[in-house]
Design a protein around this ligand. Sequence first.
Ligand code: ASP
Ligand code: MG
Length: 415
Amino acid sequence: MARIVMKFGGTSVADLDRIRHVADLVAVEAAKGDEIAVVVSAMSGQTNLLVGYVDELSADSSLGGHVDDEYDTIVSSGEQVTSGLLAIALRRRGVKARSWQGWQIPLQTDDAHASARIKGIETLAFNQSLKDGVVGVVAGFQGISPSGRVSTLGRGSSDTSAVALAVALKADRCDIYTDVDGVYTTDPRIVPEARRLNRIAFEEMLELASQGAKVLQTRSVELAMNNHLPIRVLTSFAKPGEDNPGTLVCDEDENMEERVVSGVAYSRDEAQISLLKLRDEPGIVASVCQVMSAANVIVDMIVQGTSRKEDQANLVFTVGRRDVEKAVAALEENKEKVGFDSILVNAKVSKVSIVGIGMRSHTGVAHTMFSALADRGINIEVIATSEIKISVLIGAEYTELAVRALHSAFELEAA
Ligand code: ASP
Ligand code: MG
């Protein structure tokens, strides 16, 4: 007998028909005699609606900001609704089921309301319920704070709820049902020949997710990796009982290394900032980074180059596009301290990355990548590498062309 956590996101429980369908999928698994915990998100759009209510009331006063403990009380309610509805739908199918709210398990968090971290999960009662053959339907995204208040884990965190629960329950696997049938070699909207991967290593998934692939929340992949818990990504739109292998995200094995590149990711949410004629002396890059972190701006790619004059350097780095104004304002404010001449901003850039654990053991990967881009006349602004990733910053208008070029250069369409 296996123990499985099944997680369904917002589009999978978007309305009563979708919830009925999810109940059919769960019923098939439960009929196999496995122990099943299900984690649900709110119906799609619900959390946004609830956040909107809070925002509107909060705007009534000049005090600013959310009253965060009540924010959590409100926005967590979407998951309460779907957990109850799914439990009813399961019972109508003759499946023993009950709903569990975060505080009932309890899933304990810290008191950082709206972005709480999980501290521990007590599984005694929940475990017993599973052993009694009752499917536990858990409201994702929520927990209980040290002072006994409802807390939430941050937007999109029901993936993390599911993985954390699976780890605590020592589940064999966490199946994340979503609106795509797995992890692809790249975005099929750009490359129709993109392929679903049968397996992918945790590390690759992490890099792909942080480079712009939006299938799984990064935090949930980290948690799964640290605990060697395999995650399967699969579609909730399959018919019950239909073959639905999805993609297994798991520890790497030797076969995976034969594949040099596993995927191509892209992100259009980038902006490039260049600081011209910086004083070239120790501590300058550190002071730029300090200014950025004080402004709460995350700096991604960084390159420093010498300028024509010996004591001057140019520094180029990237930030998220929505942080550009904040970043520039903070730099201007600290112009004297940092010591630069002028700022150039280019918000029309994209980051395109290739990812694969096979890069560790294969040579010539960079050459293949840069030649493929050069052949299409695509100019590279910035390059960043890690052991299993190469990213380039290019003009945004070349995003699709670059993704297609790299996908075919590494023959990702071939099985
Ligand atoms: N419903 C929550 C949100 O939209 C949590 C989730 O769906 O993962 O952020
Ligand atoms: Mg979600």
